[in-house]
Design a protein around this ligand. Structure first.
Ligand SMILES: [Zn+2]
Ligand SMILES: [Zn+2]
Length: 386
């Protein structure tokens, strides 16, 4: 399918310029107004139906193929940037102070726009429909959920949805993937231990929430180390412990916060339940009042086996078996594409970015060499049907 590579070659300079433009104008979660405008204009230019303002700033494109009846399939890209001051000295460095495309969503958006343009040019080869989901707010606040809440899957149910994420350290253009769990859930929690404070010299007249909090942190770790199978990973990190403000007063409140990462939905529920019990029991042991709030975050991302195998097959056909890596282990990071994957058969694959700085650092920059292979993967996936 050399014609695909030729078609990509034709628009590649434009795609690189587009990526640099997006990189220079990063927008934070749910503020992607300019980005959404750029996306919508590009799709319109290629004659793709566009709807904007989905889940606040999301964009959905629909390409109707002309090769006859076929499935609806979908691709998702994320558009938001991070609150990081860019340290790169690039001609296209961020022009928005304190904001930066440090996770490569500029690259993801560009690749999906590239795939849309190539598919629009060969719509006589496309069967069925291709849907392009450009989601806002992947970082932390789940634009995927906001988009799905508006029924973007129900209105035209896709047979599958595929997404990619750039991966520093993986050779440029290589594809890495895994069936089943590939990324973890990311929930957060707040704990308060409250009681009588008092004179630090007279602790027996107080209910010291600091000592109780210290015990609680130890106890919580046993949920991961003693109550979870070593083959069903749980990460429980207490990330803040605030109490007191001077040397000789025991405070009335200790406030702890943190995050929990799991790979299985059932495990997530069990950890939550055990945490609530431990907070309650610890508080009781030390005559304190315990309050526990669990904030549901992104669920684990579980790649559908059949869709993953399809992606691997297409990658092997396109780039050879040596460019496809099966990940032995999932990553304990999280991605809100998990909401798509919970609703329809879906898979996310990692696209090698070569030797670039790590995700979420001030020196990260998406590698333009990954654009063409990324576009080729999505185009080939859209064109092959089993
Ligand atoms: Zn990120
Ligand atoms: Zn990301």
């Amino acid at each position: 399918m050399d014609w695909i590579r030729n078609a990509i070659e034709q628009i590649l300079p434009e795609l690189v310029a587009l990526r640099h433009d997006l990189h220079a104008h990063p927008e934070l979660a749910f503020e992607e107004y300019r980005t959404a405008e750029v996306v919508a204009q590009w799709l319109q230019r290629w004659g793709i139906e566009v709807r904007t303002g989905i889940g606040k700033t999301g964009v959905v494109g629909t390409l109707r193929g002309e090769a006859g009846v076929g499935d609806i399939v979908g691709f998702r890209a994320d558009m938001d940037a991070l609150p990081i001051e860019e340290a790169n000295d690039l001609p296209y460095r961020s022009r928005n102070p304190g904001k930066m495309h440090a996770c490569g969503h500029d690259g993801h958006t560009t690749i999906l726009l590239g795939a849309a343009a190539v598919l629009a040019q060969c719509r006589e080869r496309v069967r069925g429909c291709v849907r392009f989901y450009f989601q806002p707010a992947e970082e932390g606040v789940s634009g995927a959920r906001a988009m799905l809440a508006e029924g973007v899957l129900e209105e035209m149910p896709p047979k599958w949805v595929v997404a990619l994420h750039g991966r520093p350290g993986l050779p440029a253009g290589c594809i890495a993937l895994r069936a089943g769990a590939i990324l973890a859930s990311a929930d957060t929690f707040d704990i308060w231990l409250k009681g009588r404070g008092g004179h630090a010299a007279l602790p027996h007249l107080t209910d010291d929430p600091i000592v109780a909090g210290a015990y609680l942190i130890q106890a919580l770790q046993t949920i991961a180390s003693r109550e979870s199978s070593a083959l069903d990973p749980v990460v429980l990190s207490v990330t803040q412990f605030h109490a007191g403000n001077t040397y000789n007063v025991l405070p009335t409140v200790a406030h702890l916060t943190g995050t929990v990462r799991c790979l299985q939905e059932g495990t997530r529920g069990r950890v939550r339940e055990r945490m609530a019990q431990m907070v309650e029991a610890t508080a009781q042991s030390w005559h304190l009042r315990g309050e526990f709030e669990w904030h549901d975050g992104v669920p684990p991302l579980c790649n559908d086996r059949a869709v993953t195998e399809m992606v691997a097959r297409v990658a092997t056909e396109a780039f050879g078996a040596e460019s496809v890596q099966w990940l032995e282990h999932p990553l304990m990071g999280a991605e809100d594409f998990a909401y798509f994957a919970r609703a329809v058969p879906a898979a996310m694959f990692l696209l090698g970015l070569g030797d670039v700085a790590d995700w979420h650092t001030a020196c990260f920059d998406f590698n333009d060499d990954a654009i063409a292979p990324g576009v080729e993967m999505l185009v080939r996936l859209a064109l092959q049907r089993t």
